[in-house]
Design a protein around this ligand. Structure first.
Ligand code: PLP
Length: 338
């Protein structure tokens, strides 16, 4: 066993014992390998390094009260990685290879799955890299599919507390017909400057608008946006946002609570009418939003009284209860990893 201070874990990288690797060469996937090294030995002309030919996923496993390890909706991540791979011409990782690799990564690092009640979870990071040497711009002939895991604490140290966000008027994270709907590293490189500017101005994160018309809400840095009003859960429909699995789950839970659900364009001015707002993703589940500032119009939109709203709180608690096994998993979202 290890001496990890589970309740004070940051959301960061902590070394575990093993990672899982599989190479694609000569048009086929090889054997799954278990590695103890944290390093990769790849060619300096690898396409992932020069041309950003890389996609990744992020999901979590939780320990229940019964001490069992619960993995949340991993097949959705497998599917999304396929979509990402098709978008930037990576080799396709079949669902069974994806599943085998993440199960092995968890099983080999069981001691790193945080105990129930610690607020921490095991974060699983599958990624696929173009590793063939190319200098001309083209898709690699060789790939590495890698899965590492790391125990993480809550994304926001302050816990489930509303945060402030700033609309980005100077930067887009993606182009109208670009790669915003797939989970590729390049999108993140493109969002770093906007995030830095938001942080420097005292905001937790940045809210991007649709890159075509700059009229509608797209998403918040690495998380989808939702608003609540009139007993309705409203979230953007846009070709340039990443289809969040957390959002998809919250939509179902909102329906379960008797809310209506709308997926549509959300004009910036509509923010004024929301009773609650939040950002959702695997890392934080939900970050409730207290205030959104628009430097384009100098408008400030505020939601509630500084505490998380009642619907946001219910959705957060209900999703977490399923992930932790504290409530029945009616939708079949959880797999037990023995
Ligand atoms: C990963 C990601 C999300 C959140 O997706 P989840 O499946 O809920 O973790 C949202 N937006 C972007 C840009 C992302 O990369």
């Amino acid at each position: 066993m290890n001496n990890i201070d589970w309740t004070n874990l940051p959301f960061g990288y902590l070394k575990t014992n093993y990672n899982i690797r599989c190479y694609y060469k000569n048009n086929k996937w090889g054997e799954i390998e278990v590695s103890t090294s944290e390093r990769l030995d790849i060619h300096m002309a690898a396409t992932c390094l020069h041309y950003g030919q890389e996609a990744f996923e992020g999901l979590k496993a939780f320990r229940g009260k019964d001490n069992k390890i619960r993995l949340f909706r991993w097949r959705e991540n497998a599917k999304r990685m396929l979509t990402s791979s098709r978008g930037i011409l990576l080799a396709e990782v079949p669902e069974d290879l994806f599943g085998k690799a993440i199960y092995m990564a968890i099983q080999k690092n069981k001691d790193f799955v945080p105990p129930h009640g610690s607020g921490a979870a095991l974060y699983i990071r599958p990624l696929i890299l173009g590793v063939g040497a190319e200098v001309g711009v083209k898709a690699s002939a060789e790939y590495l599919f890698l899965v590492f895991v790391t125990p993480v604490g809550p994304y926001f140290k302050e816990g489930f507390k509303p945060v402030d966000m700033m609309i980005s008027r100077n930067h887009d994270r993606t182009a109208p017909q670009g790669t915003g709907n797939i989970k590729v590293g390049g999108n993140y490189a493109g969002s770093l400057l906007a995030m830095k500017e938001a942080h420097e101005n005292g905001y937790a994160n940045v809210l991007f608008l649709d890159p075509k018309e700059k009229k509608y809400i797209d998403e918040c840095g690495p998380a989808n946006f939702f608003g609540i009003k009139n007993n309705t859960y409203i979230t953007p429909e846009s070709p340039s946002i990443l289809p969040s699995i957390t959002n998809k789950s919250l939509i179902q839970l909102a329906k379960d609570l008797g809310l209506k659900v709308e997926r549509r364009d959300i004009p910036v001015e509509e923010l004024e009418t929301f009773e609650e707002a939040g950002a959702c993703g695997t890392a934080a589940v939900i970050s409730p939003i207290k205030k959104i500032v628009d430097p384009g119009t100098d408008k400030i939109y505020t939601f509630g009284n500084g505490e998380p709203g009642p619907v946001t709180t219910k959705l957060f608690n209900n999703l977490q209860a399923i992930q932790l096994g504290d409530t029945p998993d009616k939708h079949g979202w959880v797999d037990i990893v023995d």
